[in-house]
Ligand binder design. Structure first.
Ligand code: SAH
Length: 213
C-alpha cells in the first residue's frame, strides 16, 4: 500500500490527459489527481495504473477507464451531499471519485468475491461509503431510495425500470446501454412520470448481468 511522489506525478499527468479529452469539471479532475488508482489494481498492473485504460480486476471484471469514470461523473453534475446510487462497485475506484466529490454513496455489486474485497479495501484508504451491498443492481436499493443521482457502471441491455423509479424529481441517471456495442444515456426525471432521455457517446463496459454470483 505504498503511494509515492512518482505515483502522484503520474496521476497529475493522467488528470491532464483526461482534461485534454474534454473533461472540464475541476472537482472531477481533482479527484482523479488525488486517488491512488494503482492501489485499486492487482500489483502486476501497478506500472500501468495511470494509463487511461481499463484493466482486469477479480472475477473477470474490469476497473473502468479513467476517462469513462470522469465522463460519467461529470454528466451527473455531482454536488456535495448528493445521495448517489452506484450499480457495479467493482474495484471501488468510481466510488472513491464520487466520495472525493462529497457525495453520499450507496453502491451495489453482484460478484460476492469482489464485493467482499472492496468492502475491506475502501476503508483502508479512508473511504467509508454510506452503503456497500451485495445484490442485484437491476433492483436498485428500494429501501434507501430516492436518490439524487444514479450511475450504472456495467453495460445494460435496457434501462431498468426500478432504477428510474428510484430517482428523485430532478434527479439524473447515467447508464451505458447495449450488449456488444454500447451508447451512454442520460435520463433526467422532469416530472413524476416524465423522463428526458439524452443519447451520448459510444462506450465499452463489461455486461450488467442478472442474478447474483
Ligand atoms: N465502477 C467499477 C467498474 C466495475 S466493472 C470500478 O470503477 O471499478 C462493472 C461492475 O459491475 C463489475 O464489478 C460487475 O461485477 C458489476 N455488475 C454487473 N452486473 C451487475 C448487477 N446486475 N448488479 C450489480 N453489479 C453488477
Amino acid at each position: 500500500m505504498k503511494d509515492t511522489l512518482k505515483h502522484q506525478g503520474l496521476r497529475n499527468q493522467l488528470a491532464k490527459a483526461i482534461a485534454a479529452k474534454g473533461i472540464e469539471n475541476k472537482n472531477v479532475l481533482a479527484a482523479i489527481a488525488k486517488i491512488p488508482r494503482h492501489l485499486f489494481l492487482d500489483s502486476s498492473f501497478e506500472s500501468f495504473a495511470y494509463q487511461d485504460k481499463a484493466f482486469p480486476i477479480l472475477a473477470d471484471q474490469t476497473i473502468s477507464q479513467p476517462y469513462t469514470v470522469a465522463y460519467q461523473t461529470q454528466l451527473l453534475e455531482i454536488m456535495p451531499g448528493n445521495k448517489v446510487l452506484e450499480i457495479g462497485t467493482g474495484s471501488g475506484y468510481q466510488t472513491a471519485v464520487l466520495m472525493e466529490m462529497q457525495a453520499e454513496v450507496y453502491s451495489v455489486e453482484r460478484q460476492n468475491e469482489l464485493f467482499k474485497k472492496t468492502k475491506l479495501f475502501l476503508p483502508k484508504l479512508g473511504y467509508r461509503p454510506r452503503h456497500l451491498g451485495f445484490g442485484d443492481g437491476y433492483k436498485g436499493l428500494p429501501d434507501h431510495a430516492p436518490f439524487d443521482k444514479i450511475i450504472v457502471t456495467a453495460g445494460a441491455p435496457f434501462v431498468p425500470k426500478a432504477l428510474l423509479a428510484q430517482l428523485k424529481l430532478g434527479g439524473m441517471l447515467v447508464i451505458p446501454i447495449g450488449t456488444t456495442k454500447q451508447l451512454m444515456y442520460l435520463y433526467k426525471r422532469t416530472a413524476v412520470k416524465h423522463f428526458e432521455k439524452h443519447e451520448l457517446e459510444a462506450c465499452k463496459f463489461v455486461p450488467m448481468l442478472e442474478k447474483k454470483n
